[in-house]
Structures are given as structure tokens and as C-alpha cells.
Design a protein. Structure first.
Length: 625
């Protein structure tokens, strides 16, 4: 009858107690039990029908445990050996024990005025305590002998979400928080990580194996066996509805990763780096670094051009009032037999609905067909605010490690006047997406190809190929990049460093000597262009020539520090890729692996891809160790 409360809500097995006004002084000391079948109980406007009697003890209303929890949409586990009811609603846990006036609410001890009790083989719970501990309001009408309970049902149809390394999982179970620690059933971990498994053992302990590492959890014990060694932790795993809930932060910290729970969105972000990234993180160091000078010279390099779709970054109904829109476009003027393109996009969906974003190509020639001879890329999206980590770093890591996914658009032919989809992405409401896609196009019959590349959006699942409008206006309040430029790579050469000389530091993306991607030199200015001084979506190469006249082997030390704001990214050092964690300006830096110089003249080759966030991203320091 009260199924509408039971959808995704799970309330703790705590009691709701109602003092009857005017009777407290007369009978508060009495433990005598009275049957109160004349009491009417309303929950969110519906009358609760209870087969067993409603009881009054010490002027508090008590209901049978099962009837109460089912009415308010709670799940409950009953432990006969301890006479304890453990209930959950909306991720909140409440443990009540028969004849005990101490409850455990999310792991914290909470005193009760009256205790649960047994009556004719039924467990009875105080009504007010349960209701109020789960956000309910309780009102007593003595004239009508009615208890009116209002329970918020904001979570109806709103499940919990687990993000494991940017894979979004809709949960059938709640995330439970105890003493500020998050717990989830272990099966969500081993079902969604490769080389993982879980087994409930005969002694009721639970073994979780992840990538060759074994965790053995025992219910309500803070002693965990990790690879057969005893580790004492603050958290205690527990069983709920037949599943072992395990402490997520302990697992993530042991394996190496990161964790964040956004409670108001009911979303838990779990990152295990060995699954999420190909490369490993450099260790962060602490201390100040000297002010660097600008890179003295740089140039654009390569024949792969760049289209940036980052404005409007925040997609709003004001900027995008219609159902369909073009976000960016580039009318290509062919310069070679094969034309190579990179499309970089970054958009935040605040349109109030899920949308579809796509990359399309319109063949504007009247005579020449074109073929997509290669098409590949990577994308990530997140509802988390750690976008540099969630999105930027994963894109940089995939780019440097050649982990692009092949697109089904490879090999398609686009006839004159025809438009086809190169790649499409579903973007959830209130999520951010980042994507980097590379495509190579050539004329089928050796003529001159003419075509337009667009990033487009639809709110109503329209055919993406039908969106041929000019780009929406620039968001002048948030000047993120938009435009097209001739190259997606910058090459800079530092002055020669002589071993044993003083430390030198150089700033790249400095807006002076290496800012080639301006609004003025954009190849696409329809509806406006904004420069890309932070070189987002670009590869930045740096050569460091070294001279050693000592005749002995020397160790060269390289440091990286952020400039202008929190920095993170990926760096390739002589072909080896490393990830740079978030660095605060002026107080944090990373050291690259030492370089052993054995000859008299050598060169260190670095390559960067920034993970977003700042326009003056990073400085490079060189010294002899």
C-alpha cells in the first residue's frame, strides 16, 4: 500500500516516538503497555494499516518493526542473536537494540528516551525517534487522536551513482556513510574492475581480490588481512541485505587512487590509477621555485590542424535557446592530398536535460566525394568538479600513449552535398565532457576537397547531420577558446645548458613568445573566435640541448612547477610518459627522473599536454645534481 515510499528509499530501523501531550507528567514513569487501536497514523497523507496492535508505553507510540519500516520505505536486517535491527533509508543507517536506550545513527551513539521492546514475539519501535532521524516531521492531534508524519521523498526515482574510473554505474543499493566514511557493497568493485573477484567465505568473512592484491574483511572488525598481513583500520565493514559493505577509502588508498562522494548528487567517484591511466604519477614535492623567464623562441610544427570547441563552455538556455545548435565550425580549404584534423571539445551541460553532441563533416563540394581515411579519439565526462583530473589527465594520458579508440566513421565516403557524423557523445545533465578526436580526409577522385567540420548539439535527439547552422554566439562572460588554427603542435628549443652552471627556469604557454593561437589568426571566425593561449588540446614539445665539457658522467635534474594557477598535465621525457598531479603555484613542484649525461653533447626531449585550468601552465627548471 505504501510502495511509493519504498522505491529507492531505505530507512534505518530506528524508532519514531510520539509523546502524547498532557499525559507525560502523569505516566512518564510508568512502563505499562497500553493498546492504542484508536490512534490513526498518517504518513504523507495516507493512513497506515497495521495488523498487529499499536502500543503506548511511557506515553510514546510504538509500532511493529516490519510494518513501520515498510511504511516509510526502509530496508531492515534483524540480528536475532543480538536483538538488533539495522535499517537503512536513503543511505542513512540506524541500529536499534531491544531494551537498549542507545541507538547507533550512522555509527554515532544517540541516546533514546524509550527503548525498543518485544511484545508477543513482535519487535516494537518508537515512532517519533525513527521518523525524526530520517528527516520526518511528526505532529500529534489530540482531538482526532491522529499522528501525522511528513517524510520527504526527494529521492523517489533518484538512485545512487558510482563512477569507477569514469564509468558510470546506476546502483541498486545505497551508498552508506558512517562517521564520514563511505561504504558500498563489494560486488560493485569487483564487477566493474578487471582482474577482480569477491567471495563470501563460510565463516562469513569476505575476500576481495583486485589486480593480484587480496583483502579479507570480517563483519564489524577493523582488522583486515591485506595479502595475509594484518592491518588495523578505522572503518568496520558490515553486512546489509546479504551484501558485504566495504570501506571504499581504505581500498582506494591501498591500491593508489582517489575518492570523492558528492552527497547532494548521490554520486561516488572512485579512481584506481592502475586501471584509469597507462602512465604513473610523479611524486609531488613542496617548496618555492624561482621566477622563470619566457621560452625564448617557439614555432608551430606539423600538418595536423586544430579546431577548438570550448565556447560556450557552459551550455545555458540563454546561449542555446533552440533545440539544436552548432557549437563550432571550420570551413576547410584543402592544402594537401590528405588533410589532417584534430577536434578538441570541452562543454558543461546546464540545459536541464541530457543532450547529444557530435562531430560532423559536410561535403560542400558539388563534384568531389571525400573519404575519411582515419578517425580515432578519446572522450571523458564527469559530474565531478575535479575536471582536470577526471577529464583533462585522462585525455592527455590517452593521447601520449596512443590509446585512441578507432571510430566507426573510418572509411566512410561523403558524397557532394552530404553530411555525415564522425563521432557522437551523450552528455548527461549537469555533466562536463571533454573530447579529442583526430580525422584524416582526402578526395576520392584526386580533386580538391571542400568541406566543413562542425561540433553540434541536439536537445531532442534530432539527426545531427541536419544541424548546419552557424555557431551560437560567443559567451563573452567566460572567454574560453573557440576557433581553428593551422597546427596542433608547438616546438620550442631552450638555450643550451652547460653542466655545473646555475639553475635556469623557462615558462611555456607564456602568452608572449609562444602564443600562436590568437583570435586574429583563427581560420574560422564565423560568429566569433577566441584565442587559445593555454594551448588546450595541443602538444607542446621542448628540446633542451646539453653540453658537458668535464669528461665525466653528470646527472641532470629537471623540475616542473605550475604558473598562474593550479596545474596538472602529462609530460613525455625522451619517450617515457608521466602524469603531473595538481600543483599549487609557488609551493609545489615535481621532479622528473634524473638524466645521466655521459657524452659531451646531448639533448633532452620533453613533450607536454596540459590538463586544463590555467593559461600560464608550467615552468621547466634545469640544473646539475
Amino acid at each position: 500500500m505504501f510502495s511509493k515510499f519504498k522505491a529507492s528509499c531505505m530507512i534505518t530501523a530506528v524508532a519514531l516516538a510520539t509523546i502524547l501531550p498532557g499525559q507525560a507528567s502523569a505516566s512518564a514513569a510508568s512502563d505499562k503497555i497500553h493498546i492504542k487501536n484508536n490512534v490513526s497514523i498518517q504518513i504523507n497523507g495516507e493512513t497506515l494499516k497495521v495488523n498487529d496492535p499499536v502500543l503506548n508505553k511511557s506515553d510514546y507510540i510504538f509500532l511493529p518493526m516490519r510494518a513501520l519500516y515498510e511504511a516509510v520505505g526502509a530496508s531492515v536486517d534483524w540480528k536475532k542473536e543480538t536483538l538488533t535491527a539495522s535499517a537503512i533509508r536513503d543511505g542513512k543507517s540506524v541500529n536499534l537494540t531491544v531494551n537498549s536506550k542507545t541507538a547507533l545513527v550512522d555509527g554515532q551513539k544517540v541516546p533514546m528516551v524509550v527503548a525498543p521492546f518485544m511484545y508477543k514475539d513482535r519487535t516494537y519501535m518508537p515512532l517519533r525517534f525513527v521518523s525524526e532521524n530520517f528527516g520526518g516531521n511528526v505532529n500529534w492531534n489530540p482531538a482526532t487522536q491522529t499522528v501525522d508524519i511528513s517524510l520527504s521523498d526527494d529521492t523517489q526515482g533518484n538512485p545512487y551513482f558510482l563512477h569507477i574510473n569514469n564509468e558510470r554505474i546506476v546502483m541498486d543499493d545505497p551508498i552508506i556513510v558512517k562517521q564520514s566514511r563511505s561504504y558500498i557493497p563489494a560486488n560493485y568493485i569487483y564487477d566493474n574492475l578487471e582482474d577482480s573477484s569477491g567471495t563470501l567465505l563460510p565463516d562469513k568473512s569476505f575476500e576481495l581480490q583486485i589486480a593480484g592484491m587480496s583483502f579479507l574483511f570480517k563483519e564489524n572488525s577493523n582488522q583486515v588481512l591485506v595479502n595475509d598481513e594484518v592491518v588495523t583500520i578505522e572503518e568496520k565493514p558490515f553486512m546489509q541485505n546479504g551484501k558485504m559493505y566495504v570501506p571504499v577509502s581504505f581500498i582506494v588508498n591501498t591500491l593508489g587512487g582517489n575518492l570523492r562522494y558528492i552527497e547532494n548528487k548521490r554520486e561516488l567517484y572512485l579512481y584506481v590509477y592502475q586501471y584509469m591511466y597507462t602512465s604513473s604519477f610523479l611524486e609531488k614535492s613542496y617548496g618555492a621555485t624561482a621566477k622563470p623567464i619566457n621560452v625564448p623562441s617557439a614555432r608551430l610544427e606539423g600538418d595536423r590542424d586544430l579546431l577548438i570547441s570550448d565556447n560556450p563552455e557552459t551550455l545555458t538556455s540563454k546561449l542555446i535557446p533552440n533545440s539544436n545548435a552548432t557549437l563550432s565550425q571550420y570551413q576547410v580549404k584543402a592544402t594537401a592530398a590528405t588533410n589532417k584534423h584534430r577536434v578538441f571539445g570541452w562543454h558543461y551541460n546546464t540545459l536541464g536535460t541530457d543532450v547529444q553532441i557530435g562531430i560532423t563533416v559536410q561535403n560542400t563540394s558539388s563534384t568531389e566525394s571525400i573519404e575519411v581515411i582515419d578517425s580515432k579519439g578519446t572522450s571523458q565526462q564527469s559530474g565531478n568538479s575535479w575536471v582536470g583530473h577526471d577529464i583533462g589527465l585522462t585525455i592527455a594520458d590517452a593521447t601520449f600513449n596512443n590509446k585512441f579508440k578507432k571510430s566507426s566513421s573510418k572509411g566512410i565516403v561523403i558524397a557532394p552535398g552530404e553530411t555525415k557524423v564522425i563521432e557522437s557523445y551523450g552528455l548527461l545533465r549537469d555533466y562536463i565532457i571533454g573530447f579529442l578526436h583526430e580525422l584524416d580526409i582526402q578526395a576520392v577522385n584526386g580533386g580538391t576537397p571542400e568541406y566543413t567540420i562542425r561540433t553540434v548539439l541536439t536537445k531532442n535527439n534530432s539527426n545531427l547531420t541536419s544541424i548546419l547552422s552557424d555557431p551560437v554566439p560567443i559567451d563573452v562572460s567566460a572567454m574560453h577558446p573557440r576557433g581553428a588554427w593551422t597546427s596542433s603542435t608547438i616546438q620550442a628549443a631552450l638555450p643550451t645548458y652547460t653542466v655545473d652552471s646555475s639553475e635556469v627556469g623557462y615558462s611555456i604557454s607564456n602568452g608572449s613568445t609562444d602564443n600562436f593561437l590568437t583570435a586574429e589568426n583563427s581560420l574560422s571566425k564565423i560568429s566569433g573566435a577566441i584565442g587559445n593561449p593555454g594551448h588546450f588540446g595541443m602538444n607542446y614539445k621542448v628540446s633542451i640541448p646539453l653540453v658537458n665539457q668535464t669528461g665525466t658522467t653528470k646527472t641532470i635534474k629537471l623540475k616542473l612547477a605550475g604558473r598562474g594557477g593550479i596545474y596538472s598535465g602529462a609530460v613525455k621525457v625522451n619517450g617515457k610518459v608521466h602524469l603531473v598531479p595538481s600543483l599549487r603555484v609557488g609551493t609545489e613542484y615535481v621532479e622528473l627522473p634524473d638524466y645521466q649525461m655521459t657524452g659531451s653533447s646531448e639533448t633532452i626531449e620533453l613533450e607536454f599536454m596540459h590538463a586544463g585550468g590555467v593559461n600560464l601552465p608550467v615552468a621547466i627548471y634545469v640544473e646539475t645534481k
